[in-house]
Design a protein around this ligand. Structure first.
Ligand code: COA
Length: 323
């Protein structure tokens, strides 16, 4: 047994789309500034009904459909979110209830924009140790409710959405194909907690709080730390960047994504980009991007996929997946 198998990925995006031009009607910004600095053209914004649990459950259903795995088989739900519906019960248990899952376990993890990579790592470890058989890893965020909509340096960057992956193991199909989660590499350094954080009590995605960010500092840390994590992942498996078929990075800023692609000597068409249409959906960004690239056939069985993310904490990490 190598690790767990990524059986299906799905996403959910709110129907309301807000363009840069629409934002420029209420704050001092422009479509040109936002596009040039971030690559973002638009973002999806949740309505009152679209909470983290609601969107996460929708993404989970889409992932289960693609995996052709029935809800009755799910015995673990791990949700990465910084915008939970409530302090407790967890968003994971809310999603469990919305899906109608009545067995196994469910819990949230807090690792900001690295949450999906963290969740994948935790699920993979639990599957390897046979604590569950079919795990849903969900990233779901309603950052629109954390925004100070007067702060042009942050509010233009984020969007809402959810993505989910189904991970499984099966003794009978366990073979030497090498398909599945190859390895995950997690890091954190709490000394940098003050460059990206939520100001105020957490736990109510339905109540306004404020996201605070020193964008330049975050940018400064991003490429170096992500490059180190990626190098660690490749080295641990005796691989080089020439082996990578797809880079599916956290979608925060096109300049960071481009820099990572260049460092890895990848062609632009090997990098999955959604930040232009989704903006930064935090823990949801990687599974949303994966869902898109699996659905449109770019990622094919056997491809080597590298994911990486950095977020508040600071937290960061990378994972290699054989599709
Ligand atoms: N529209 C127009 N002008 C804006 C603006 C906006 N939305 N936001 C900031 N500005 C202004 C600033 O006020 C500043 O003006 P000044 O020079 O008169 O003071 C100027 O643009 C440059 O600001 P600066 O912060 O230096 O821009 P930047 O090139 O560093 O880009 C970010 C800002 C936020 C886009 C960039 O730092 C970034 O992407 N950082 C990483 C953020 C990130 O990835 N966060 C999530 C991690 S999970």
């Amino acid at each position: 047994m190598t690790g767990s198998f990524l059986a299906g990925v799905g996403g959910y995006l709110p129907t309301r789309i807000v363009s840069n031009d629409e934002l420029a009607m209420t704050i001092d910004t422009s479509d040109t500034w936002i596009r040039e600095r971030t690559g973002i053209i638009q973002r999806h914004i949740a309505d009152d009904r679209e909470t983290a649990a609601f969107m996460g459950a929708a993404a989970a259903r889409a992932a289960l459909d693609r995996a052709q795995i029935g809800i009755a088989n799910v015995d673990a739900i791990i949700v990465a979110t910084s915008t939970p519906d409530q302090g407790f019960p967890s968003t994971a248990t809310a999603i469990q209830a919305q899906l109608g899952v009545t067995k196994g376990f469910a819990f949230d993890i807090s690792a900001a924009c690295s949450g999906f990579v963290y969740g994948l790592s935790v699920a993979d470890a639990m599957l390897r140790t046979r604590q569950c058989r079919a795990a849903l890893v969900v990233g779901t965020e309603v950052f629109s409710r954390l925004m100070n909509w007067q702060d042009r340096s942050t509010c233009v960057l984020f969007g809402d959405g959810a993505g989910a992956a189904v991970l499984t193991w099966d003794d009978e199909t366990d073979d030497a194909s090498g398909r599945g989660i190859i390895s995950t590499h997690l890091h954190a350094d709490g000394r940098f907690g003050d460059i990206l954080y939520i100001d105020g009590a957490t736990g109510q995605s339905t109540k306004p709080q404020k996201l605070v960010m020193n964008g330049r500092e975050v940018f400064r840390h991003a490429v170096g730390k992500l490059s180190d994590a990626v190098e660690e992942a490749l080295h641990a498996n005796g691989l080089t960047s020439a082996d990578i078929d797809w880079l599916v990075p956290h979608q925060a800023n096109l300049r960071i994504i481009d820099a990572m692609g260049k460092r890895l000597n990848l062609r632009q068409d090997q990098v999955v980009v959604t930040v232009d249409r989704h903006a930064n959906t935090s823990a949801a960004s990687i599974p949303l991007a994966l869902a898109e690239a699996y659905a449109d056939g770019r990622i094919k069985p056997g491809h080597l996929v590298l994911i990486e993310a950095l977020g508040g904490g600071l937290t960061w990490g990378a994972a290699l997946i054989r599709a």
